[in-house]
Design a protein around this ligand. Structure first.
Ligand SMILES: NC(=O)c1ccc[n+]([C@@H]2O[C@H](COP(=O)([O-])OP(=O)(O)OC[C@H]3O[C@@H](n4cnc5c(N)ncnc54)[C@H](O)[C@@H]3O)[C@@H](O)[C@H]2O)c1
Length: 271
């Protein structure tokens, strides 16, 4: 899909890696002036140089850092019209009784507070100017129970925040939507797989399409939601998951005509 962000400044958090980087690449291709924000300076600078984007070092959990970053970006490049909040962290899966305060706080700080601070810092200015589009990054983990007992609730809160902001700012010209990616082979997921709780083949088999989602596919959805092509769309959570969320009911059957009838239960004795 052809999209055009000519003359618009887009800020992408988590832009040094994975989905943030892919979204930034897509926005650059669609003529946006892209600023990449990330806490890790060397990969941030490398990504920015490769994508012809502007780097800014920012820890998204640092509220004061957000204010400084937005001031600087707007002074140097002009008003931010697109915000993509892709910075996020997975936690190693663990049973609920072994949740640590530290893991809970970190997972919520980056995924939820990082999104909230960004939306407040940038969205407030967008609302004052009457123009802007925000795309947050949720997860299918928000919509289904799984072993990520901190990350799932944190992403569910990101989803709820996205919808609350869409309602609050809609009449002030700001749209706020979320993508809910499925499993995408990014450096972040690689680390998740290295925890060893699930493997790639099982993740692929859990989707209607029988494969993982690519970072570029998520980036396309982000760019669409951020663009004028989605001018009447706000407050949605768009799964980009190769059909993972719908596959639960179908997975056991394998599709029409392909199902192997289950073996009959053993006869009961004494009847
Ligand atoms: N990869 C997947 O399968 C998947 C699925 C669903 C949702 N997501 C979400 O997509 C987003 C991107 O994930 P990814 O897979 O590309 O991960 P990734 O680890 O490849 O990239 C995440 C980036 O965020 C940055 N980051 C982390 N904490 C930060 C902080 N405090 N301040 C600034 N930057 C910070 C990292 O440095 C990294 O560059 C995350 O929100 C993640 O939860 C990913």
């Amino acid at each position: 899909m052809e999209l055009d962000f000519q003359g618009r400044v887009a800020l992408v958090t988590g832009g040094a890696s994975g989905l943030g980087r892919a979204a930034a690449a897509r926005l650059v291709r669609d003529n946006a002036r892209v600023v990449l924000a990330d806490r890790d300076e060397p990969p941030l600078k490398a990504a920015a140089a490769e994508l012809s984007a502007m780097p800014i070092v920012l820890d998204v959990t640092d509220r004061a850092g957000w204010a400084r970053a937005v001031d600087r970006i707007e002074a140097e490049h002009g008003p931010i019209e697109v915000l993509v909040t892709a910075a996020g962290v997975l936690e190693p899966p663990r049973p609920p009784e072994r949740i640590t305060e530290q893991a809970w706080e970190k997972t919520f700080a980056v995924n939820l507070d990082g999104t909230r601070f960004g939306c407040q810092a940038v969205g407030t200015r967008m609302a004052e100017r009457g123009r802007g589009s925000i795309v947050t990054v949720g997860s299918i983990a928000a919509a289904e129970p799984g072993p990520l007992v901190i990350y799932g609730p944190a992403k569910a809160a990101v989803t709820a925040l996205t919808q609350a902001l869409a309602g609050a700012w809609g009449r002030r010209g700001v749209r706020v939507n979320a993508v809910a990616p499925g499993y995408v082979r990014t450096p972040g997921l690689e680390r998740g797989l290295s925890f060893g709780f699930v493997d790639e083949a099982k993740l692929a088999a859990s989707t209607a399409l029988g494969r993982l989602t690519t970072a570029d596919e998520v980036a396309d959805a982000i760019a669409f939601l951020a663009s004028d092509a989605a001018a009447a769309i706000t407050g949605i959570v768009l799964p980009v998951d190769a059909g993972h969320l719908l596959a639960g009911g179908w997975a056991p059957h394998g599709g029409f005509g392909e199902a192997t009838p289950p073996p009959a239960p053993p006869p009961r004795r004494g009847r």
